[in-house]
Design a protein around this ligand. Structure first.
Ligand SMILES: *Cc1c(COP(=O)(O)O)cnc(C)c1O
Length: 391
């Protein structure tokens, strides 16, 4: 048998729920020479990464570092460090990732109370207050940007609610970091995890996390060791902080990529970056609306990096996605959970959030629908262009 050829993937326009397109300079950074993980020049790069992460997270938290693993590894890191067996955990569930948090928290031995909201809707602080019913909790968990539904959860008021139940506030910022303001310190977030492949536009493989001093104290006061050796934040801090003690070999080249991705965020400027995400999401929504497609998430809580689109029963939604991929070199996502088979998820994350992608996607969707004999109501491209002309 002959050897396989080297991998040679085509360029796909990534407009699904992640991964997003990787910026060219991030790809170039990944290909730089590998250093040793204790080389002083690499340690200097780590310090810059931690500092840039604090800026993008909007925090002064000393304990801010990327976990070696994808977003879910960051989720496990936060939960495994904060939750001891028997601890009461309150989790908001309005999509897939709230559900995953419940699963991880109960595997950590937590006594989980779920607070449900319909898929496609957000929580009010009172929803958590009511569910707590005066009981105390160790951790209150919410998803900031629910990628399964395209809902942005307002974090205002949650700190106060968490305080009243004696809880730490844990927030999933996987799809918000670098795409919408996160501002951990302003909202009093105690622990968070994110991912590289959504709005940071770096390949999947790292999960930035951040813990407040209060959370670090709670971890320090545990009565049992953290049940994950790999994700023990105390040990990881000894490598990322002063001591530089070997724990596990850092994924050097992935960290080069993250360094460049964070640099790109700060070069663009966070306010400009958030405005770009809002603008392209608005143009996409206008285009989809003009085509007669329904966006089930109310505009006030719509997540700019991810748009949920309802697909009528007359449309074979999977066939449209296949055609986009094969004929247009473009990937969008299907629905999950309550929306499986009934929706598309269109991502405009990081480098993928561009006018070219919005216009390309609207044209490709119109073509793919027409190919199925489904007529669009109006001209999506023209509606999107009107939005661009108005700014
Ligand atoms: C993608 C995602 C995750 C999981 O991240 P992986 O990188 O797939 O492990 C968790 N939460 C949210 C909100 C996500 O969008």
């Amino acid at each position: 048998m002959s050897l396989p050829n080297p991998v040679d993937p085509p360029r796909v326009t990534l407009m699904g729920p992640g991964p997003s397109q990787t910026s060219e300079s991030v790809l170039a950074a990944l290909a730089r020479p590998t250093l040793g993980h204790l080389d002083p020049r690499f340690l200097a790069i780590m310090d810059e990464i931690a500092q840039m992460l604090r800026q993008v997270f909007g925090t002064d938290n000393r304990t801010t570092l990327p976990i070696s693993g994808t977003g879910s590894a960051g989720m496990e890191t936060c939960v495994m460090n904060l939750v001891e067996p028997g601890d009461a955990v309150l989790v908001g569930v309005n999509g897939v990732f709230g559900g995953r948090l419940c699963e991880v928290a109960s595997r950590a031995g937590g006594e989980v109370t779920r607070v449900e909201a319909p898929w496609g809707r957000a929580f009010s602080p009172e929803d958590f207050e009511r569910a707590a019913a005066g009981r105390r909790f160790k951790v209150l968990c919410v998803v900031h940007a629910e990628t399964s539904t395209g809902v942005l959860q307002d974090l205002s008021g949650l700190r106060e609610v968490a305080d009243r139940m004696g809880a730490l506030l844990l927030v999933d910022t996987v799809t918000s970091l670098g795409g919408v303001p996160v501002e951990l310190d302003r909202f009093g977030v105690d622990a968070t995890y994110s991912g590289t492949q959504k709005c940071l536009s770096c390949p999947p493989g790292l999960s930035p996390v951040s813990f407040s001093d209060r959370a670090v104290d709670v971890i320090g006061a545990r009565t049992s060791p953290v049940r994950s050796w790999y994700m023990d934040i105390g040990q990881l801090t000894r490598y990322w902080g002063g001591e530089r003690a070997y724990h596990h070999t850092a994924p050097i080249n992935m960290l080069y990529g993250l360094h460049e991705a964070l640099r790109l965020c700060l070069v663009e400027g966070l306010p400009a970056r958030f405005e770009r995400h809002r603008l392209h999401a608005r143009a996409l929504a206008a285009g989809l609306g003009a085509m007669g497609l329904e966006l089930p998430v109310p505009e006030a809580i719509r997540l700019p990096p991810l748009t949920l689109v309802k697909v009528g029963a007359e449309v074979d939604e999977a066939a449209v996605r296949r055609r986009l991929l094969t004929e247009h070199g473009m990937e969008i996502g299907g629905g999950l959970g309550d929306f499986k088979g009934k929706a598309w998820r269109i991502g405009l994350m990081g480098a993928s959030s561009s006018r070219g992608n919005v216009e390309g996607c609207l044209s490709a969707l119109a073509e793919a629908l027409q190919h199925q004999g489904v007529a669009s109501r109006g001209d999506g491209l023209a509606a999107a262009r009107e939005v661009y002309a108005s700014v």
